[in-house]
Design a protein around this ligand. Structure first.
Ligand SMILES: *Cc1c(COP(=O)(O)O)cnc(C)c1O
Length: 462
């Protein structure tokens, strides 16, 4: 299978190359040329399989040209062996017909571990095979960075630089990035917001000399391999509630649109998903775009669900590409307009997007109220991102169709918000209890691409 750019002007690449590159050379995102379909019998056969076996069967058709069956199975086995739950992504019932998909049992307690742990393993195999070394640079609103550092710390042939917005990540998130002491790990605190960090990252990728010189690789959620790894848990969750014989719905706390786009791929692969609901906090560009057809960038307002505090939602470009019928020139045109802050989605594309996605927005007060309500009704303590999802899910439930809300992080990752809601500070799991005592290592950088480039050149370990 080959991968093409959403802007139609970059080389067509096989899976391993899209994974090692991240962003396409024309500024677009890679998508598979065609989406393989699993038959109802193949989907039904996932019932009772281990998470690892399901992951193999769902991902194999996408990667077959780049990784052998043995390589893929071994990468999957290693990726998930450190998870703190044998089901990897367990489903718990919240209310009749409403379930939580717990995606926080990985080493950094957020769903990002599902993809990052796997691509750490796949990078290893690909780099060793080609005798190559690379420099990973990532921008994070908190969880991607910690997951990337955890996945790549100490691995040969790789440096990992993570840019996070100074002062805008939680203490646990920051410490997960600043305490690993391996020489190939570099935590960088940039002045500005996550959108600034993401914009600087794009500058680095668009400087082709720099990009080739350091072997730049991106592991942000624009990396297709990450989206692919996230498709798996839509299958395992839906099958455990009766798919393919019965349709289910999903609500996804959304920021960069990577996680929910994985759900859209699962649907295109034949999984019967009724509603796919985008849940946003007060940074609601996606909800506004789906309601009004105007994709208009506002100011980022810091919230208690910081991993969704973004106004430019990178993976939405993939959904636009599909909604515009695979017309890369149309997408490139929209992205050109976005440089001035906004574009209007054509009526045809908007109808298509509304067919595929519902949406809702949750205020800060509603987030707190939901954490408290869930605790009172079920005894469960949920993180603020998950609370945003639960509230929007409740507004979008249809009798007879199970709703699955993605629980994207462990509540202990966001203890301040949880304490504000219910007066209890959730404890970190035992393996992370010492995080607060370890020494931190971080470099402050200005919101400036040239400064960033020199720093990377100077700090690389090879
Ligand atoms: C990254 C993240 C999100 C948003 O996911 P996207 O794929 O960017 O839409 C939501 N919740 C948590 C806890 C996250 O870490």
């Amino acid at each position: 299978m080959q991968y093409i750019s959403t802007r139609g002007a970059a080389p067509v690449l096989p899976f391993a190359e899209t994974m090692l590159t991240g962003l396409a050379r024309d500024g677009g995102l890679y998508v598979p040329e065609t989406v393989p379909v699993l038959t109802p019998a193949e989907i039904a056969a996932l019932e009772g399989a281990s998470y690892e076996e399901a992951a193999f069967r769902v991902m194999q058709p996408f990667v077959a040209e780049s990784f052998s069956e043995t390589e893929l199975r071994e990468a999957i086995r290693r990726a998930y062996q450190g998870f703190g739950h044998p089901a990897r992504a367990p489903l718990v019932q919240l209310a009749p017909g409403h379930h939580l998909l717990e995606l926080f049992h990985g080493p950094t307690l957020a769903f990002k571990d599902f993809a990052m742990q796997l691509i750490g393993q796949l990078f290893q195999i690909a780099l060793a095979r080609e005798g190559r070394r690379i420099t990973i640079v990532g921008a994070t609103s908190g969880d991607t960075g910690s997951a990337a550092i955890e996945a790549f710390r100490g691995l040969p042939n790789v440096d990992v630089f993570i840019l996070y917005p100074h002062g805008r990540v939680s203490e646990v998130q920051r410490r997960q990035m600043t305490t690993p002491d391996e020489a190939n790990v570099h935590a960088l605190a940039i002045s500005g917001t996550f959108d600034d960090a993401q914009a600087r990252l794009k500058d680095l990728f668009n400087d082709h000399d720099f990009r080739d010189g350091v072997g730049l690789a991106g592991v942000n959620s624009i990396n297709w391999a990450r989206v692919l790894a996230q498709v798996v848990y839509y299958f395992t969750a839906a099958v455990s509630l009766g798919a393919p014989h019965r349709a289910v719905s999903f609500t996804v706390p959304t920021g960069n649109f990577g996680d929910i786009f994985a759900g859209s791929i699962a649907r295109r692969m034949g999984l019967p998903i009724d509603r796919l609901v985008v849940a946003t906090n007060q940074n609601d560009i996606l909800d506004r775009a789906l309601r009004t057809g105007e994709y208009s960038v506002g100011r980022v307002e810091p919230s208690m669900s910081p991993s969704m505090d973004i106004q430019v939602s990178s993976n939405f470009e993939r959904a636009l590409f599909a909604a515009y019928g695979g017309d890369g020139r149309a997408v490139a045109q929209l992205m050109e307009e976005l440089k001035s802050g906004a574009f209007t989605i054509s009526q045809g594309a908007l109808d298509q997007l509304r067919d595929e996605f519902a949406s809702g927005r949750v205020s800060e007060a509603e987030t707190l109220a939901t954490i408290a309500r869930v605790r009172a009704q079920t005894g469960q303590v949920v993180c603020p991102h998950t609370a945003v999802g639960i509230e929007v899910a409740d507004r979008n439930r249809v009798p007879g169709t199970p709703m699955i809300t993605l629980a994207t992080a462990h509540p202990a990752k966001f203890p301040d918000a949880v304490e504000q809601a219910i007066g209890i500070r959730p404890a970190l799991p035992p393996h992370m209890a010492r995080l607060g005592e370890l020494p931190e290592r971080v470099t402050r950088v200005e919101n400036d691409s040239a400064a960033l480039k020199s720093l990377i050149l100077e700090r690389r370990t090879a």
